[in-house]
Ligand binder design. Structure first.
Ligand code: UDP
Length: 328
């Protein structure tokens, strides 16, 4: 297949690109490198350095090209930042998604996989969270993703474009070979921050709240290995029937607390990883865990990694080999 991967220099996009190239697909990666890293892109993918907000990028990507599918990862992705800079999310992310969908519709691209988020479920009524949970975005980030999901819904209805939104829980870990991994600047995610403490790059980790209604008082999240997450994209791409539209929750189905993550990271790294308790972080729900049954039934998919240990061990492998992340 010939596929366009936007945001293919980012954390999740680069892992999906790696799997697509490995199985022999022809991949074009587009990334503006604001958050992505050129070195994360598989050398056999064609790389277009461009921004989906620019008409010339869209021309470069689409003129004379025929894609069998698009996987859209390119976006600003930080919930917290979106509360402070909402227009990056409500305007830039949404416009980029709209530009891409319009070009895809004009070229009659048959399938579109959208990188979406569990931030659509601010206060889940039931746990684990199923796809029947009412959508209530928890931030401008989630709201922007929901708008793009809805645009995809219209392209499906008006044009029969097959679409699948994958609503991610907490992606973590790295490729087992250790050549690609997570590198955000600045880093805000729990597992890479904890591993930076183990590397001696930070003194301690702050636990954002220990007074949540959970067994140990810290927040519970569903950490899914990035390779399991990437594998689900490829199965979804292949399984999407003509004219089909789906939205699926994509998590491991298992919840771990912040203190569980710390404990596991201490075991994996052999470092004491000092922690202090800080105040809650605004907008953090106590528990987010996916019900991934629907995805499993559809794709015959189940996560290969169901505990924290292999997730943190693969992340540690990446961070130890690349203590400064990707070269810039
Ligand atoms: N967290 C924390 N300290 C940190 C970073 C994160 O206690 O320095 C917590 C955060 O409150 C959340 C969990 O770790 O409960 C995962 O946060 P992350 O930012 O990795 O992902 P999110 O759940 O926000 O997508």
């Amino acid at each position: 297949m010939k596929l366009l991967v936007t945001g293919g220099a980012g954390y999740i996009g680069s892992h999906v690109t790696d799997l697509l190239v490995a199985r022999g697909d022809e991949v074009v990666v587009c990334d503006n490198l604001v958050n992505g890293h050129r070195a994360a892109v598989h050398p056999e993918a064609r790389f277009v350095h461009g921004d989906l907000l620019q008409a010339d990028t869209l021309r470069t990507l689409f003129d004379g090209q025929r894609y069998d599918g698009i996987l859209h990862f390119a976006a600003y992705t930080l919930v917290n930042e979106s509360m402070e800079r909402p227009w990056r999310y409500l305007r830039d992310n949404v416009l980029a998604g709209g530009n891409l969908l319009q070009a895809a519709a004009e070229q009659e691209v048959p399938r579109f996989i959208l990188s979406s988020t569990a931030n659509l479920y601010e206060e889940p009524q039931r746990l684990p969270i199923g796809e029947d949970e009412p959508v209530q975005p928890g931030s401008p980030y989630g709201e922007g993703k929901h708008m793009i999901e809805r645009m995809l819904g219209w392209m499906n209805r008006l044009q029969g474009m097959a679409g699948c939104s994958l609503r991610y829980f907490n992606a973590a870990g790295a490729h087992p070979e250790g050549h690609i991994g997570e590198d955000h600047r600045p880093e805000t995610h729990l597992i890479p921050l904890v591993l930076q403490v183990a590397l001696g790059q930070r003194e301690a980790i702050t636990v954002f709240g220990d007074d949540y209604p959970t067994p140990d008082g810290s927040c519970i999240r569903d950490y899914i290995h990035v390779m399991d997450l990437a594998a689900a994209h490829i199965l979804a791409l292949d399984a999407l029937a003509e004219g089909e539209l789906r939205a699926c929750n994509l998590g491991s189905g298992h919840g771990y607390s912040v203190l569980d993550v710390l404990e596991c990271a201490r075991e994996v790294t052999g470092h004491p990883i000092p922690a202090r308790i800080g105040p809650r972080r605004a907008g953090d729900p106590a528990v987010l865990v996916a019900d991934n049954d629907a995805l499993g039934r559809w794709l015959g998919w189940s996560p290969q990694h169901t505990t924290l240990q292999p997730i943190i061990a693969s992340a540690w492998n990446w961070h130890r080999r690349h203590p400064q992340g990707y070269p810039e």
